[in-house]
Design a protein around this ligand. Sequence first.
Ligand code: RIB
Length: 326
Amino acid sequence: MTGPLLVIGSVNYDLIFRHPRLPQAGETISGAELFTSCGGKGANQAVAAVRCRGGLSAGGGPGHEEPIRAPGSPADGAAPSVLFAGAVGNDAHAAAQLQVFKEDELDTGHLLMLDDIHTGLSAVWVDARSGDNRIMNSPGANGRVTAKALAPVPVEDAGLLLIQNETPADGVRSAVQRAAAAGVPVVWNPAPIDETSDPGLDPRQVTWVTPNEVECAVLLGRTGERIDAGSAADAAAGLLRLGYRGAALTLGPAGVLLAEPGSAPTLVPAPKVDAVDTTGAGDAFNGAFAAALLATGDSREAAAFGVRYASDSVTRHGTQTSFARW
Ligand code: RIB
């Protein structure tokens, strides 16, 4: 029996403003539609990993007849359980997230509730014409998810560690180092990434790195550029040269470019959908990809499953509110 999928990361409450035009500097725009959702990259990925599990055991999601679970795979017979570690304040936003975690039967035994600080809060602007978003958040309790706070979390017993950059860099670094030392595979979603949030990981300790077009450029030392479908294969090869053991570049509506040493990069195309809100689509991919990877050990299957799950999520509003229960 393999260990659980361990997700370490942030919890935010999302205030999502949707308008056909986003404000310029010094400009106020009134009349936006408002959506609220439990969010945060860590919590989103954990919730996605749990909600997609029906698709793992019942044929790869709605409309897909082929079973995703490879016969004889490590987790054959049972979708992995999901353990979440992070921190929230003792407030209404945390209560909302705890209710979601409870309904989704997530293991929250390592979620800290702190009395002296607020739950993370995000302002999300969604462009109603494209579904694209811009996000700014105040981390609150997420800032306390340090290496020291994570010391009791059983990283070494996990079947796979899924982690992002929305909690302190020293905590991310220590969790990845502990996982690598124990032989636990690591999926690192390098979001967000800048001088302060980059944990400076040893790429050889990362089994799969999952950047989007902007984050990939930063990892390659080309900050400000945007990788696109045309340059993705070269970019992925660049990540492998840095030492990452696998790369899954998320390319929005184009899908995901998968690269592993020794085989040609593969584009896993996304189905055509009418996107209304892309917020959290990367998280939907990461959660479903990690869950499928742990269940099947097959990266190509896992990426295709993650792409289907994420594509479905962009047809609904919000973050966790847009993740289907398969
Ligand atoms: O990836 C989307 C998430 O990023 C949102 O839920 C927001 O809270 C930010 O963390």
